[in-house]
Write a protein that binds this ligand. Structure first.
Ligand code: IMP
Ligand code: MG
Length: 179
């Protein structure tokens, strides 16, 4: 395993993102922060602890339908509990890869009448993009590599690493296409 983003670099960048978000939403009554389970959890907790604007918190959980037959069809496995109509929503995600997950969720939030919807993603794997999604707050742009740690998993493992690492060798060869 090769460390790609250290814990120190993560902490610094998360603080910068929080400062930007604080500034942009200074006039918002209550920002609705929605994380996408499970990958966004570590990032979301660290980010939200650094915000001073009032926030409400909720979660989506998604998975893809048989991706070999219908690539990009996203299933909502857990919906949000809080109504989004008229709300300013900040969607928080660990990584944007093909973009299908976020594209689907952003569309759904707009359809339900959110007042505004912006995306905050820790990692941007730009070279893997199949559908364009606007990232308002982006932590790091990374190469098209499979990464783990700080919420990101390989087969549910490694989420609790305090840094972002690239899987190399045998483990990497066994990595399925992420979706
Ligand atoms: P999408 O392809 O942009 O829809 O990304 C879907 C999901 O795949 C992300 O939210 C992650 O949970 C997962 N994913 C994408 N790339 C990686 C990776 O490098 N490591 C771990 N999970 C990943
Ligand atoms: Mg995810």
């Amino acid at each position: 395993m090769r460390v790609l983003v250290t814990a120190e670099a993560l902490e610094r960048r998360v603080a910068e993102l929080a400062a930007e978000i604080d500034r942009d939403y200074a006039r918002t009554d209550a920002l609705l922060c929605i994380g996408v389970l499970k990958g966004s959890v570590f990032f979301m907790v660290d980010l939200l602890k650094k915000l001073t604007v009032p926030v409400d918190i909720d979660f989506f959980q998604t998975s893809s339908y048989g991706s070999s037959t219908t690539p990009g069809e996203v299933r909502i496995r857990k919906d949000v509990d809080i109504g989004v109509r008229g709300r300013d929503v900040l969607l928080i995600e660990d990584i944007v890869d093909t973009g299908h997950t976020l594209n689907t969720i952003l569309g759904l939030l707009r359809f339900r009448g959110a007042r505004s919807v912006k995306l905050c993603a820790l990692l941007d794997k730009k070279a893997a993009r199949e559908v364009e999604v606007p990232i308002a707050y982006r932590g790091f742009e990374i190469e098209n590599l499979f990464v783990v740690g700080y919420g990101l998993d390989f087969d549910e493992r490694y989420r609790n690493l305090p840094y972002i690492a690239v899987l190399e060798g045998e483990a990497a060869a066994a990595v399925p296409s992420p979706s």
